[in-house]
Design a binder for this molecule. Sequence first.
Ligand SMILES: Nc1ncnc2c1ncn2[C@@H]1O[C@H](COP(=O)(O)OP(=O)(O)OP(=O)(O)O)[C@@H](O)[C@H]1O
Length: 291
Amino acid sequence: MRISFSGVEAVRGVSFDVLPGEVLALVGESGAGKSLTARALLGMLPREAVRSGSVEPELSRQRGRRIALVPQDALSALSPVHPVGDQLAAAVRSVRRVSRGEARALAVAALERVGIADAARRARAYPHEFSGGMRQRAVIAMATINEPEILVADEPTTALDEERRELVLGLLRAQPSALVLVTHDVEAVRRHADRVLVMYAGRLVEAGGVERVLEAPRAPYTAGLLASLPRPGGPKRLPVLAGHPPLPGAVAAGCAFAPRCSFAAPECGVSEPELREGDGRLVACHHWELV
Ligand SMILES: Nc1ncnc2c1ncn2[C@@H]1O[C@H](COP(=O)(O)OP(=O)(O)OP(=O)(O)O)[C@@H](O)[C@H]1O
């Protein structure tokens, strides 16, 4: 998949699968193309975006049913003027032909699944009568009510404190749907994801099992990103990933990371490395064996 704006490519060729039930994290610096990639899955690209390549046929056309977005902000995701259960029931009836009574029962069941006690009574309450944590749960119930195959969450926890963050990620992970999680939070990836895709300048530079990639990265960019993050027991002074990622349209010839890379050799300025199998993951680097 490629995504461009006025001829400038922001996503420059990414290809990946999402496996049933897995948590797939998408990481990388700001501007790498993570959100655009996630939005493309949902069929929610900005109007001015031009996409080539496809998302599994029909998937993004069935938003709300086969694939669903977990909104960032629980408060604005729920209407203040309707009881929570009614909103959930409406989400069911927007994609399925069921009676009002059945939709209502499904709404209560969905609230139960996300751990809301006394769900039948709570379903009649308005969002402002819910605590913050309960609203968060209700939003997840809303996203999952039609049992989508894939949930997409773009930075679902940035505005939340530590405790709430773990609640949301734990709940999302416990759903039977696969989860595509866009995040800056590498610790959350370590704790909750099965597989990770690392993006740099609109491409994938590394992809594989979380343990393998985070414990022994092979793309210099992944290694730099991880080294620049604080870790419990890690060094007090952190190395800095010097420089900035290139802006779309200003990506140099060859490997996009070469100008920042301490392993860069002459060929890195000439040809862009393909994503290839190496050391049990996929890695796009001419010199991954040295990393
Ligand atoms: N509507 C738009 N018009 C023009 N360019 C855009 C538009 N949306 C995104 N872009 C370009 O695409 C690049 C990638 O955007 P994207 O939001 O996918 O990055 P990201 O990796 O999710 O970053 P962040 O972590 O900051 O959300 C941006 O740097 C920007 O240059």
